[in-house]
Design a binder for this molecule. Structure first.
Ligand code: GLY
Length: 371
C-alpha cells in the first residue's frame, strides 16, 4: 500500500498527514526533513515503550537523532501541569534546544500533554504527532490543539482547560500500531468516527454500519480507508477555522455532554464512550427541537451498539451535577451553554439558546436522574 499524504494548509503552518501501514519504521527520516536537529525527545505512552517505542527510537537514532525518552502514563488523571513540568525537566536535562523536535508517540493524552510542553518550552519547539490510537489518529493529533486537565471549583477535573494551539510539523499515522490497542480503546476511536459521520458525511454512517465487523476485526484496508476519510474531514474543517471561531466548533458534537460525564471520574468512562453517550444526548435535543427525527436516533443508536459503544450511563448520575459540569466546559459562551446539534444528514449546527429543560430531559434519556 503506498503512502496516503494529506496536506494541511493553515496560515503559518503547512504540514502533511501521512498514513501508511509500516510507517513507524520510517519516521526518523521524515522527521529529519521537517525538523532537522541533532537531538529529539520521544514522549511515549509507558504501555508501548518496549514495542512501538523501540521501533520509533531506532528509527530516530538511525536518522541521526540523539534521542531522549520520557514515558508518560495514558490516564486522564495524569494529564496535568505536573506531567507537562516533568517533560520540561527532561528536556532541560537533555539540553534540548529550540530546534529539537518533541515526538509524541501514543494516544490523545500523550499527544496533548507532550504537545503542550512543545508549545511552551522555550516559547515553542517542533512537535511531531505519531498517534497510535484510533481516536488520536482521526482527531486529537490533527489540528494543533494541545492541553491538560485542571481541577474544577465544583470538584473533578475540567477537560483540557489549560492549553495552546500549536500545529505539529507532521502527523505520521501507522495503522498497524492499532494491532496492540485494547478492544475498548479502539472502540473509543470509533465514537469520534461516528461524530464525523453526523457532522459531515452521512455516507460514513452507512460505511461504519455495513463494515462494522471487519472494522472491529481491524481489516487493514478498511481501517486505512476509515482513518483517511475522517482525517480529510478534520483537515477540511481545521483549515477553514484553526482557532475555533465557528466551523471547528462542530467537532464538539457530543463533547459538552461527554466532558461533563468525564469530569465525574468515579464513573470510569473513557472519552470515546462518553462521546458516544453525548452523541445520543445531542440527538435527543435535536429531536425535541425538530432538527432530527426519532428514526435518526434509532439509526444512530443502532450503529453505536453495533460498534460496541454505550448509548447511556450504566448507573444513574445526578443530572444537576452533570449540568453544573457542563457550565465549566470551554464551549460555554458568556455563561450560556453552547451545544452542537445534528440538523440533517451529515450536518450539524451550533445552538446557543437551548432551554435548560430540554438539556435535562436529554440527560435523563441517557440515564441521569434528578436526586
Ligand atoms: N477535538 C476537537 C478539535 O480538534 O477541535
Amino acid at each position: 500500500m503506498s503512502d496516503i499524504t494529506i496536506p494541511v494548509n493553515i496560515p503559518g503552518a503547512n504540514y502533511k498527514v501521512i498514513i501508511s501501514p509500516g510507517l513507524l519504521e520510517r519516521i526518523g527520516s521524515i522527521i529529519s526533513e521537517v525538523a532537522p536537529s541533532d537531538k529529539a525527545l520521544l514522549a511515549v505512552d509507558k504501555q508501548i515503550t518496549n514495542t512501538h517505542g523501540k521501533l520509533a527510537q531506532s528509527s530516530l537514532r538511525g536518522a541521526g537523532f540523539e534521542t531522549t525518552i520520557i514515558e508518560l502514563v495514558a490516564n486522564e488523571k495524569y494529564k496535568t501541569l505536573e506531567t507537562a513540568q516533568s517533560v520540561y525537566q527532561t528536556m532541560l536535562a537533555a539540553s534540548l534546544d529550540r530546534k529539537s523536535p518533541v515526538v509524541a508517540l501514543g494516544g490523545g493524552i500523550i499527544g496533548d500533554t507532550a504537545g503542550l510542553a512543545a508549545a511552551t518550552y522555550m516559547r515553542g519547539v517542533p512537535l511531531i504527532q505519531v498517534p497510535t490510537t484510533l481516536l488520536a489518529m482521526v482527531d486529537a493529533a490533527i489540528g494543533g490543539k494541545t492541553g491538560v486537565n485542571f481541577p474544577l471549583p465544583t470538584g473533578g477535573l475540567g477537560k483540557n482547560l489549560i492549553g495552546a494551539f500549536w500545529q505539529p510539523r507532521a502527523v505520521l499515522i501507522d495503522p498497524l500500531t492499532l494491532n496492540s490497542l485494547s478492544a475498548r480503546n479502539f472502540r473509543c476511536g470509533l465514537g469520534e468516527c461516528v461524530k464525523y459521520a453526523l457532522i459531515a458525511d452521512a455516507n460514513l454512517l452507512d460505511f461504519l454500519s455495513s463494515n462494522a465487523q471487519q472494522i472491529l476485526d481491524l481489516d487493514p484496508e478498511l481501517i486505512t480507508e476509515l482513518i483517511e476519510r475522517c482525517v480529510r474531514i478534520k483537515v477540511r474543517i481545521v483549515e477553514q477555522d484553526e482557532r475555533e471561531a465557528g466551523l471547528r466548533a462542530l467537532l464538539n458534537l457530543g463533547h459538552t455532554f461527554a466532558h461533563a460525564i468525564e469530569s465525574i471520574h468515579e464513573l470510569d468512562i473513557a472519552h470515546g464512550e462518553a462521546v458516544s453517550i453525548g452523541l445520543v444526548a445531542a440527538m435527543k435535543c435535536a429531536i425535541e427541537t425538530q432538527r432530527q427525527s426519532q428514526q435518526d436516533l434509532e439509526k444512530l443508536t443502532k450503529v453505536l451498539k453495533t460498534l460496541g459503544l454505550p448509548i447511556c450511563l450504566e448507573n444513574p448520575v445526578d443530572e444537576q451535577r452533570l449540568l453544573d459540569a457542563m457550565r465549566f466546559d470551554k464551549k460555554t459562551s458568556q455563561g450560556k451553554l453552547r451545544l452542537v446539534l445534528p440538523c440533517g444528514p451529515g450536518q450539524a449546527e451550533i445552538v446557543d439558546d437551548l432551554p435548560i429543560e430540554i438539556i435535562l430531559r436529554a440527560w435523563d434519556s441517557v440515564g441521569a436522574k434528578a436526586v
